[in-house]
Ligand binder design. Structure first.
Ligand code: NAD
Ligand code: UD1
Length: 336
């Protein structure tokens, strides 16, 4: 298939480009590089032997989006592009609504105008809000706790309406749980700017000596060791999930949400200990107060992905820690 990958230079996008090329697809990346480096695509070339073409442009630039579709006929679009920092979205909601919502609308409209109706969208487990029971199946109640989450929920709503109005659309909403880890080559991985907000990049930066110690946000939750439980999914498993979605999309009219998770939850301290085991050295950490807005537990019911896509995760927490550390230790300053 010929696939347009928005946000393809980013963390999940670059890993998905690798899997797409390996599966024989032709990939064109559309990215404004606002949160990524073109070096990620050089690394994709090192891994696969193929450098995906980069259209360096903003999805808010309708003329550039139109030009991309005028130029060649795509079979499908994978839409990763967007801003993703929860705290920043609370401080600058207008930026998130503009960059995530308006740009998505431009993309979907140009897809329709050019007769491209197969879409895989990067949604998030954040659409389940503060869940009252786990594991989370796709029919669990949806809500948003912050502007970032609201952009995911509203794009999902937009896509449900779009597909209800026109039966030509085939849309898969992939709800990711917690993507972590890196390609096993150590050539591509997560490269957050500034101090990381998320657990795994924080852990690896402590391990490499860039940060002093990890603060565990709360140990008084109703969980087995008092720290929060999350479903950490290896980014290569996640990337493979997109290829399974592309393989199945022809048979899936409408707009279908599918969780991408392992179905297993790990506590913060369990992840810290798994990381210590993988690296063979202690990880300095202390217990701090809870982070506002954190749910005690979130993990997937991953059965729909297996049933509809024939996909399930292959890698566990040991591979996650090994590969995250391999990437961070080989690239202490990311792509710089
Ligand atoms: P990322 O920031 O590494 O990648 C996003 C890419 O989109 C970047 O390369 C950025 O330059 C590009 N981009 C942003 N706005 C753009 C615009 N207006 N026009 C063109 N390009 C633009 O993030 P990621 O972790 O790879 O996440 C990819 C997608 O998955 C995002 O939509 C994110 O919300 C979603 N998601 C991520 C996680 C996670 O934990 N990483 C979890 C759930 C969902
Ligand atoms: C974050 C996002 C959420 C997104 C999800 C998946 C926030 C507030 N939420 O949630 O919208 O859908 O990623 O990408 O950013 N932790 C620590 N110390 C740290 C960092 C994290 O103890 O320095 C804990 C957190 O309290 C949490 C767990 O580690 O219990 C995982 O945190 P994080 O990686 O930020 O992911 P989520 O909380 O699931």
């Amino acid at each position: 298939m010929k696939i347009l990958v928005t946000g393809g230079a980013g963390y999940i996008g670059s890993h998905t480009c690798v899997e797409a090329i390996k599966a024989g697809h032709e990939v064109v990346v559309f990215d404004n590089l606002s949160n990524s480096s073109p070096e990620s695509l050089n690394r994709v070339e090192k891994i696969t032997g193929v450098r995906p073409r980069l259209i360096e442009a903003d999805l808010l630039d309708r003329a550039a989006v139109k030009a991309a579709f005028d130029e060649q006929k795509y079979d499908a679009v994978i839409h990763f592009a967007g801003l993703k920092a929860v705290g920043e979205s609370v401080a600058k909601p207008w930026m998130y609504y503009n960059n995530n919502l308006v740009s998505s609308l431009v993309l979907f409209d140009e897809m329709r105008a050019h007769g491209v109706f197969d879409l895989v969208f990067s949604s998030s487990a954040t659409v389940y809000g503060d869940p009252d029971k786990v594991p989370l199946a796709e029919d669990a109640p949806l809500s948003a706790l912050n502007p970032y989450g609201r952009t995911k929920l509203w794009i999902e709503d937009m896509l449900r309406d779009i597909s209800a109005a026109d039966p030509r659309w085939h849309i898969i909403l992939l709800r990711y749980f917690n993507p972590v880890g890196a390609h096993e080559s150590g050539l591509i991985g997560e490269d957050p700017g500034g101090i990381p907000n998320n657990l795994m990049p924080y852990i690896t930066q402590v391990a490499v000596g860039k940060l002093k110690e990890l603060t565990v946000f709360g140990n008084d939750y109703p969980t087995r060791d008092g720290t929060c439980i999350r479903d950490y999914i290896h980014v290569c498993d996640l990337a493979e999930g997109h290829i399974s979605a592309l393989n199945a999309i022809d048979k899936m009219p409408g707009c279908i949400p599918i969780n991408l998770g392992t179905g297993d939850g790990f506590t913060v301290l369990e992840l810290v200990h798994a990381f210590e085991k993988a690296t063979g050295k202690p990880l300095p950490h202390k217990i701090g107060p809870r982070r506002p807005g954190d749910s005690p537990a979130s993990y997937a019911d991953a059965s729909r992905a297996e049933k509809l896509l024939g996909w399930k995760t292959k890698r566990g927490v040991n591979e996650i820690c090994r590969d995250a550390w391999n990437w961070q230790s080989k690239n202490p300053n990311g792509y710089k």
